[in-house]
Design a protein around this ligand. Structure first.
Ligand code: DGI
Ligand code: FE
Ligand code: FE
Ligand code: FE
Length: 187
């Protein structure tokens, strides 16, 4: 297996500086949230470091993996925003030889969430949203809610993301709506 330092190098190789630095901040934020929520901070850190590993792959690369691995063809109706997590985990397996399904699932769910999310899934989802480099209206509220109650943070992010997508006329991946409905009771 690759050492932590080698994984950092691999991530750096595949991303521009801005995106790479975001990944380092998500790693740190995930470790902090893991500590607050009694989750294995090492797993959370690795998942945070790797979550956007595939973010700068071409559409062609993603489409090839979706077809070759016979993933849900409905994925083809979306784009990089959805693919880099759901499909991106396949690049992490194939190129970085990480086979821990808890880590891979946290990467898969980091953009869209899911009806069922482990604490680790929730941590990576929220760390990506509240890492200190994020600056959007509502981010401080998101930070406050998340540190107080991780599950409330999940619902808050899902709701805000849906509002943002609708206001901007963007397509909604059905999984995003599934997440929103499933997490109602957390609010
Ligand atoms: O990769 P990051 O920029 O760090 O963050 P992310 O993976 O959470 O989100 C990537 C983008 O995906 C972000 O601009 C919001 C967008 N997104 C999330 N859910 C959906 C979505 N875009 C579409 N079209 N549909 C969704 O359901
Ligand atoms: Fe992402
Ligand atoms: Fe996210
Ligand atoms: Fe990210």
């Amino acid at each position: 297996p690759y050492t932590h330092a080698q994984l950092v190098e691999k991530v750096k190789e595949k991303l521009d500086d801005k995106r790479f630095e975001h990944c380092l901040r998500v790693e740190k934020q995930a470790i902090q949230l893991a500590t607050e929520n009694e989750v294995d901070p090492e797993k959370a850190g690795i998942a945070g470091l790797l979550h956007d590993y595939a973010k700068q792959r071409s559409d062609h690369d993603f489409i090839k993996v979706i077809n070759e691995k016979q993933m849900d063809p409905e994925l083809l109706d979306y784009g990089n925003a959805i693919w880099h997590g759901v499909v991106g985990a396949e690049f992490i397996k194939d190129e970085l030889h990480i086979f821990d399904e808890e880590i891979l699932n946290a990467v898969r769910k980091h953009t869209v969430g899911a009806a069922y999310m482990t604490k680790l899934d929730q941590i990576v989802y929220m760390a990506d949203y509240i890492e200190p480099g994020r600056d959007f209206p509502g981010v401080d509220k998101a930070r406050q809610i998340t540190h107080q109650n991780l599950e409330k943070g999940v619902f808050y992010q899902t709701r805000e993301t849906l509002k943002y997508l609708i206001e901007n006329g963007r397509p909604i991946y059905p999984g995003t709506i599934v997440t929103y409905n499933a997490w109602q009771s957390a609010q």
